[in-house]
Design a binder for this molecule. Structure first.
Ligand code: ADP
Length: 322
């Protein structure tokens, strides 16, 4: 079976508070939400009608089974997911502030997702895809770091578009110098980069979007960069043209997964339109792509958790018509 996009890396269960403003000390319920950034992108693209597969590792435990079932139910190919008898599935407890922004406490010691080994990679699926997407959490530890970087090189060598989301979670990295080093390692193979303002500043030292984007392009082989700006929308630059597209006004409940939803929107359009040459995309096309992806992100913030709030193509079209 062929797939259009392969995503890989962390896959975990988030425990999300039932309402905004709850702290861990509050004795109220949590909803359990399957997720992890690359798993969200796999489901996000599948919901937009793309053939997607997830490659990675979970525990041979009920949480791992739940993750695999969730992806399968959302039409993601799960042939390349392995289950570990040695390590458990990662868990994360989320807190939501009044604005719906979140903070995480992870249970990963290490989690099965960090133990994903190169000889467990389903290379047949990887090599046949058109896009490979990954994020930096999988650069935190070995062996998954080497596995990720080798998968990105393999994707490059086989002509896939390599999409990268640094997904920096400062509290997760024991050493920020190390984080910088590994994120830069991820950038070496990236064709397409989705990044937040904070991450851009962390990597380049630039607080200006324009200067930061130019610096990334000058130092790496990145061909297209997207900067997500929360409710404000997003910005793009591909060396040829740049622009900013405003976000949609929605009643955000939980922003978990908004960035992944945005990425899924971009990747689904690249695949659907058969776009290979990222540096030649013109301003109008890129603005259309961002508008669509901002909508996918905005819709995702209106529900709790990530995977359960990701929209299908029909609901994005309906939202855009409003
Ligand atoms: P990340 O999770 O990577 O930091 P953002 O939070 O910036 O990403 O969200 C990605 C995209 O989702 C934004 O560019 C925007 O289009 C949309 N989005 C996020 N938060 C909101 C919000 N509160 N209202 C409307 N759209 C939002």
């Amino acid at each position: 079976m062929t797939v259009d996009i392969v995503t890989m890396g962390e896959m975990l269960i988030d425990f999300v508070p039932l309402k905004k403003g709850l702290a861990l000390k509050d004795n109220e319920g949590f909803l359990r939400m399957p997720g992890g950034a690359p798993a969200n992108v796999a489901v996000g693209t599948a919901k937009l009608g793309i053939k997607s597969a997830f490659l990675g590792k979970v525990g041979a435990d009920p949480f791992g089974d739940l993750l695999i079932d969730t992806l399968r139910e959302n039409s993601v190919n799960v042939e390349g997911i392995v289950q570990s008898n040695k390590a458990k599935t990662t868990l994360a407890f989320v807190t939501l502030d009044e604005k719906g922004d979140r903070d995480f406490t992870f249970y990963r010691d290490p989690g099965a997702d960090m133990l994903y080994d190169w000889d467990e990679v389903n290379l047949k699926l990887l090599k046949k895809a058109r896009v490979f997407h990954h994020g930096s959490i999988s650069l935190i530890d070995e062996p998954v770091r080497s596995t990720t970087l080798r998968m990105a090189e393999t994707a490059n060598d086989n002509g896939l578009i390599v999409s990268y989301d640094p997904n920096l979670r400062i509290p997760l990295w024991p050493d920020l110098k190390q984080a910088e080093k590994w994120i830069k390692e991820g950038l070496k193979t990236a064709d397409l980069l989705k990044i937040s303002e904070e991450e851009l500043e962390f990597i380049t030292g630039e607080s200006s979007l324009k200067k930061g984007a130019r610096r990334v392009m000058a130092e790496y082989n990145v061909k297209l960069i997207f900067i997500t700006l929360g409710a404000e929308g997003s910005y793009f630059y591909n060396g040829l043209t740049e622009g900013m597209v405003s976000g949609f006004k929605v009643n955000a409940q939980d922003t978990t997964g908004a960035g992944d939803a945005f990425t899924a929107g971009i990747l689904a359009q690249l695949i659907n339109e058969d776009i290979d040459d990222l540096s030649r995309l013109d301003n109008i096309t890129l603005k259309e792509m961002l508008k669509f992806s901002n909508a996918v992100g905005a819709i995702t913030t209106t529900g709790k958790g990530a995977i359960s709030s990701l929209p299908n193509l029909k609901s994005v079209r309906k939202f855009l018509k409003k």
